[in-house]
Ligand binder design. Structure first.
Ligand code: RP5
Length: 163
């Protein structure tokens, strides 16, 4: 699928409303870095048709990266990745029974041929940073926002611990 405009938007999708308290960290950093984004609930098993529509039109709709949170048998990022060649970053959400190990393994063990990038359990903030870094490859404003954020972070680290 060809897109003529600059695909500089990030889609933040999640399988359930219950993922939002974690996924809002991704919104937070994208907002700070002034990366355009849109947040949606898209479930692979509860709203499969919505997932298909979303994934198949994501590129045409100006998205350059998809960040997908999901918990348990976390198939959402892999399913979405199977329907688009946009980079998909998975955020395994911590679960009650298995502490998110289920979500992590579901994502990180994606079989050969359709990859996704997998962040840490509940790593939505880093997913946002990585998404900004990808967008920054072709959007110099975002790259410089990210560089500034990194500089400030470095400056904020004290040399000695507080006693
Ligand atoms: C997954 O099931 C979602 O991504 C969520 O992490 C998990 C539990 O969903 P709820 O039962 O809280 O809606 O699809």
């Amino acid at each position: 699928m060809k897109s003529n405009k600059l695909n500089n938007k990030v889609a933040i999708i999640m399988g359930s409303q219950s993922d939002y308290p974690i996924m809002k960290d991704c919104e937070k950093i994208l907002k700070l870095l002034k990366v355009k984004h849109q947040t949606l609930i898209v479930s692979a098993h509860r709203t499969p048709k919505r997932m298909f529509r979303f994934a198949e039109t994501a590129e045409k709709n100006g998205f350059g990266v998809i960040v997908s949170g999901a918990g348990g048998a976390a198939h959402l990022p892999g399913m979405v990745a199977s329907l688009t060649t946009l980079p998909v970053l998975g955020v395994p959400i911590e679960t009650k029974k298995l502490k998110g190990l289920d979500s992590l393994l579901s994502m990180v063990q994606m079989p050969k041929a359709v990859p996704i990038g997998c962040l840490a359990i509940d790593g939505a903030f880093n997913a946002g940073l990585l998404a900004a870094s990808i967008i920054g490859n072709f959007d110099s404003k975002i790259k410089s926002n990210l560089e500034k954020w990194r500089r400030l972070q470095t400056q904020s680290i004290k040399k000695k611990p507080k006693r």
